[in-house]
Design a protein around this ligand. Structure first.
Ligand code: SAM
Length: 362
């Protein structure tokens, strides 16, 4: 978390006794002091229902209309030609192939699964998660062989042979494993999460330590349906993604991405209407060290693909710099309700000064 400026940063990250690491002011500052702008977006998911109204690059919202500039094969839309060009550059050739494969699969199907289901089911424990991933391992191995080798690379001759580079004969059983996977219900938003994450790993290997450094959630799936959606999406993607991505498409990597996303992602919302429209979410590692407070000292604002942080009021040297993880409406609720929302959505008992001291505004 460093500012690209010669001025010393106005904050530092330190351990706290009870709430992991947090950000602290290294000098006093007046309201509106600029602290940090984060542009290190790792993975981001644009929910499918907003795919035509939200620019795939800068998340500009067309307010119920469709953006005209469309990337026909991938299905992403853009508010300007420059955004489309930037998106294509950052996504890269393999990325465009990946999104094209996903779009081809999804557009052939009706949406059978409901993504982001908010059901009252227990959270899968670590053992449930291991069991679920182990349950698809055999089929995954068959699909990898059908796609051309253990790691998913094509054989040396490129094509035309039913032998993989590991010398394994591709049989009907292997090909059936692909057909079986593709017949399963699809979860487009979960699939998008996996694609954006695997592509980010492929395109930005040097940035992995920044993601690994974030707080990890070892049980990141909110319910059993979500976990099944992930294991099924894994098999779908093994069957369709371009071969260079298959070595990165592993249960370990998908779990790593979910474990860091769970406690660190920011919602990508409309900039008007108090953020009433929820387009999706993304993870900006540099922005992930601010703890939550129900009376935050820092204001965060999304500017396109970046987040800008500034002091929300006068801050004393040594004071914790905190943001809010709640919407304006949620923040206006009483303590028990706020704590319930944070427990359900974030998995922690709020230990902010306002909740601990029980000081509520009149
Ligand atoms: C985005 S991270 C913030 C940085 C984190 N403390 C770390 O060490 O990486 C969010 C996590 O910080 C902790 N946290 C943030 N605000 C908190 C609060 N008000 N009370 C208790 N824990 C909090 C929770 O563990 C939460 O899952």
């Amino acid at each position: 978390m460093q500012e690209p400026t010669s001025k010393p940063p106005l904050y530092e990250i330190r351990d706290t006794p009870h709430h992991g690491r947090a950000v602290f002011a290294t000098s006093s500052m007046v309201a509106s002091t600029h602290l940090l702008t984060c542009s290190d977006l790792t993975l981001s998911v644009l929910l499918r229902e907003y795919r035509r109204e939200v620019c795939g690059q800068c998340f500009n919202y067309a307010h119920g209309r469709d953006w005209r500039i469309r990337d026909s094969t991938t299905g992403f839309v853009f508010c300007a030609e420059a955004c489309r060009e930037q998106w294509r550059k950052e996504t890269g050739h393999v990325g465009i192939q990946a999104w094209t494969a996903v779009e081809t699969l999804i557009s052939k199907r009706t949406k059978e699964d409901s993504d982001l289901v908010d059901v009252d089911m227990p959270r899968p424990a670590a053992l449930d998660i291991t069991t679920a991933w182990d349950g698809v391992a055999a089929q995954a191995a068959l699909i990898r062989i059908a796609r051309g080798g253990k790691g998913g690379f094509p054989n040396a001759a490129g094509s035309g042979s039913d032998d993989t580079d590991a010398g394994v004969q591709v049989t009907k059983q292997h090909k059936r494993a692909i057909q079986k996977a593709l017949q399963q219900p699809i979860s487009p938003d979960v699939m998008s999460f996996c694609v954006t994450g695997v592509l980010w790993l492929h395109n930005n290997p040097a940035s992995l330590p920044a993601l690994l450094h974030l707080e990890a959630d070892t049980t990141p799936y909110p319910n059993a349906l979500d976990l099944v959606a992930f294991t099924r999406s894994y098999l779908h993607l093994l069957a369709i993604l371009p071969l260079p991505l298959l070595p990165l498409l592993t249960p370990a990597n998908l779990m790593l991405l979910s474990s860091r996303d769970s406690h660190n992602a920011f919602g990508i919302r409309s900039l008007e209407d108090d953020g009433a429209e929820f387009f999706g979410y993304g993870c900006w590692p540099q922005a992930s060290y601010f703890n939550h407070s129900c009376d935050p000292s820092v204001k965060k604002t999304r500017v396109g693909r970046t987040w800008r942080f500034e002091a929300a009021r006068h801050v004393e040297e040594g004071e914790e710099l905190s943001i809010t993880y709640l919407s304006t409406e949620e923040r206006s609720q009483e303590r028990a309700s706020r704590m319930g929302i944070l427990r359900k959505n974030w998995g922690f008992e709020c230990g902010c000064v306002k909740c601990i001291e029980g000081v509520e505004a009149p």
